[in-house]
Write a protein that binds this ligand. Structure first.
Ligand code: FE2
Ligand code: FE2
Length: 301
């Protein structure tokens, strides 16, 4: 029996609240808002995001992994609306989230900001506590490991940082999950390896993360941020691993990015080895729906 896992990212839920220019003003947010008005609202389409949700629900996955950028400029008004959207999308048990740079675009007090999405980021068995990363959620023989790279950034920057605490704890988490026989899925917003994003948009500690992944191993890394399909294999001590990037779940065909997409993985243990397939789903503007490819075996090129 396989475990099915849907992956989506970068919903960039619009439209922006009308009051974004006035409440809790920040220069970065103002510029972000102007950018959104100028181009981003053409790139991200709420109806396509709704169709992605419907298409994922129709596939009835065992679990959903959402790798961040639900919001746009972290306006205070965006958080409650984002939470409402998440509540309709999936229960905290069946949907795991990690934040992206647009969910922590400027400094917002924790309670008004990321805490709104805490139920989807809580480790198993944890309730009403401050969020801890990496978090671990176990579903059958699959372990979801959530990392946070979202930090308020300087103007015009869209980078991310894991920081010392997560880099210190991640190796133990990966090792212990391997010892227990779990298929390890690492969820991270930014592309996890050096060179996969431009310096302005990159993960600052990608090299440290790469070293940990190579040394302790993992089976699959899921990320977003670049708004395009990506597949990067790398060797680890426990065998080949792959980082899969997905297009934005709301990407409009006229945008400069790929049109919207989400992926469906099927993972199973067979003859003592892990086997995973991927079916990529892409928005087809002509028919107004998502079309999935046939499941293909995930294997190194
Ligand atoms: Fe994004
Ligand atoms: Fe991003």
């Amino acid at each position: 029996m396989h475990f099915s896992l849907a992956h989506l990212s970068d919903v960039h839920l619009g439209p922006l609240p009308a009051a974004w220019t006035f409440r809790h003003f920040r220069l970065k947010r103002l510029i972000g808002g102007a950018n959104w008005a100028r181009k981003r609202h053409n790139l991200h389409n709420l109806d396509i995001a709704a169709a992605a949700v419907a298409s994922i629900h129709a596939a009835e996955p065992d679990h959903i992994a959402f790798t961040g950028d639900l919001l746009n400029i972290s306006a205070w008004e965006e958080f409650p609306r984002g939470r409402e959207w998440m509540e309709k999308f999936g229960s905290p048990l069946d949907l795991s989230f990690v934040p992206g740079n647009h969910d922590a675009y400027v400094d917002v007090p924790y309670e008004d900001g990321l805490a709104q999405f805490a139920p989807w980021m809580m480790a198993d068995g944890v309730k009403d506590e401050a969020l801890q990363f990496p978090y671990v959620r176990l579903r059958r023989n699959v372990a979801l490991i959530g990392l946070c790279t979202a930090l308020p950034q300087a103007l015009h920057k869209a980078g991310g940082t894991l920081g010392e605490h997560q880099l210190r704890n991640l190796p133990h988490v990966l090792k212990s999950l391997q010892d227990q026989g779990f298929y390890r899925v690492v969820m991270i917003h930014h592309p996890p390896l050096p060179g996969l994003a431009s310096p302005r948009k990159a993960l600052t500690d990608a090299e440290a993360l790469q070293n940990i992944l190579k040394d302790k191993g993992c089976e699959l890394v899921l990320h977003g941020h670049n708004h395009r399909t990506m597949e990067n294999w790398f060797e680890t001590r426990s065998g080949p691993a792959v980082a899969i990037g997905v297009a934005s779940a709301s990407g409009a065909p006229q945008g400069r990015h790929e049109s919207a997409g989400w992926n469906l993985f099927r993972i199973r243990r067979q003859h003592g080895r892990w086997q995973a397939t991927i079916a990529r789903h892409h928005w087809d503007a002509a028919s107004g729906r998502f079309i999935g490819t046939k499941p293909a075996l995930l294997s190194p090129p």
